[in-house]
Design a protein around this ligand. Structure first.
Ligand SMILES: [Mg+2]
Length: 347
C-alpha cells in the first residue's frame, strides 16, 4: 500500500471560543492510501490539549511503511509505532474507505448499520457575548433542533447566556462546560440549568476530578457526559458510576475501529454514548457519521463552520445526518463554485 499525506489549513467561519481557548483556523492533515488502483481517504485533526500538532502528525507519517493488505486492518493498526492518535485515526479511516471501495459498499453497510437510525446532530455555539451567542442561536435554530452551548466559569454569565438563548429559540438545549467548574459551582449551576430546560451537561469538572464527579453525579438533576477524560476504551470502565454517558471522538480514539470498541465498552457499563468531533473536513466528520446509527447523541458539526472544506460527504437536513451511499466513506471532492473554475487554457 502506498501512503501519501498533505497539510490542510481549515478556515473557520467565525473564531470559535471554548473554555480552553480561541481558534480562527485549524491545521489538519489529509491522508491517502492507495492499493489495487483505488484510493482511501483519511484525515488527522491534531488534538491540541493532547499536545498534538500538524507537524507532529506529518513527522509520524513520514517514512511509515504499511503492510500490504487493507483488509488486515487489525494487523496494520497493531504494526503502527506509538504516537499521534490523530495520525492513526487518519490511517484507520483511509483503510476503512479502501475496504468499502474494494467491496463497493458504504461503510455503514459493511458494519451492518441502518443509516436511518443516526440521531440528529447538535450544533455547537462557541463562547461569546450574550447578544452574539443569542444571534448565532437564532440562525442555527433554523437548521438544527438541538443546540449545544459552551459555558465557562462565570456562573452569572452562564445563567444569563442560557436564559437569553432559552428566550430566543425553541430548540432543545444542551451544554458543555469543558472542565470549567468546581463541584460546588456545578451543584449550584446544574439545578438552575435544569430549570431552564437544558437536557444534559458535558464535562462540568476538571478532567481528572473523578472524585468530584462521584459526589456530583447522584445529586445532579441532569445527565452528565464525560468528554476530556475519554480517549480510548480503557478510559471508560473507571467512569461508570461517575457519569451517565461518554463523548467518543475518533481523533482521540485513534480510529473508527477503536471508537467501535469504545461504544461496546460504554454499553457494557450502561453508559449513554455521544459521538463528538474536532474541527475537521467532511472526510473526518463523514467517517465518524458512519458510526452514528450506534449512538444516542451526535455532535458532528465540525465541518459545518469550515469555509474551505474541499469535500462533500455526510449532509445535515434539519439536524438529521444524511449519510452518503457511495462506497467506503462516500466522500467526494466538492465541485468548485460556479465562475471559479480554471479553464486551464493559457492562450
Ligand atoms: Mg466537549
Amino acid at each position: 500500500m502506498h501512503l501519501d499525506y498533505q497539510p490542510i489549513t481549515l478556515n473557520l467561519e467565525t473564531p470559535f471560543r471554548i473554555a480552553h481557548g480561541t481558534s480562527l483556523v485549524r491545521e489538519n492533515v489529509l491522508v491517502r492510501i492507495r492499493a489495487a488502483g483505488l484510493e482511501g481517504l483519511g484525515e488527522a485533526a491534531p488534538v491540541r490539549q493532547h499536545h498534538e500538532t500538524q507537524a507532529g502528525v506529518m513527522d509520524y507519517l513520514a517514512g511509515l511503511e504499511l503492510p500490504g493488505d487493507p483488509f488486515l486492518l487489525e494487523e496494520v493498526m497493531a504494526s503502527l509505532p506509538p504516537g499521534s492518535q490523530a495520525a492513526k485515526a487518519a490511517i484507520d479511516m483511509a483503510l476503512h474507505d479502501l475496504q468499502g471501495k474494494m467491496l463497493g459498499v458504504p461503510l455503514y453497510r459493511l458494519w451492518g448499520l441502518n443509516p436511518a437510525r443516526a440521531p440528529e446532530t447538535s450544533f455547537t455555539l462557541g463562547l461569546g457575548p450574550v447578544a452574539e451567542v443569542e444571534a448565532k442561536a437564532r440562525a442555527a435554530a433554523e437548521r438544527f433542533s438541538i443546540l449545544k452551548l459552551k459555558l465557562d466559569a462565570d456562573e452569572a454569565g452562564c445563567l444569563a447566556l442560557v436564559r437569553a438563548v432559552r428566550a430566543a429559540v425553541d430548540s432543545r438545549l444542551v451544554a458543555d462546560a469543558n472542565c470549567a467548574w468546581t463541584v460546588d459551582q456545578a451543584l449550584r449551576l446544574i439545578p438552575a440549568l435544569a430549570d431552564l430546560g437544558l437536557e444534559w451537561i458535558e464535562q462540568p469538572l476538571a478532567e481528572e476530578d473523578l472524585e468530584g464527579l462521584r459526589k456530583l453525579h447522584p445529586e445532579s438533576p441532569l445527565p452528565i457526559f464525560a468528554d476530556e477524560p475519554v480517549r480510548t476504551a480503557r478510559d471508560i470502565p473507571r467512569l461508570a458510576g461517575c457519569v451517565d454517558g461518554v463523548n467518543i471522538k475518533v481523533m482521540k480514539a485513534g480510529g473508527l475501529r477503536e471508537a467501535q470498541r469504545m461504544i461496546a465498552v460504554a454499553r457494557a457499563h450502561d453508559l449513554q454514548v455521544m459521538l463528538g468531533c474536532m474541527m475537521e473536513t467532511s472526510v473526518g466528520i463523514t467517517a465518524a457519521a458512519h458510526l452514528a446509527p450506534l449512538v444516542d447523541w451526535a455532535d458532528l458539526d465540525g465541518n459545518l463552520t469550515v469555509t474551505n472544506d474541499p469535500f462533500i460527504g455526510v449532509l445535515v437536513e434539519k439536524g438529521k445526518l444524511i449519510l452518503p451511499d457511495g462506497p467506503g466513506l462516500g466522500v467526494r471532492p466538492r465541485p468548485a463554485p460556479a465562475g471559479t473554475e480554471d479553464s486551464g487554457a493559457k492562450t
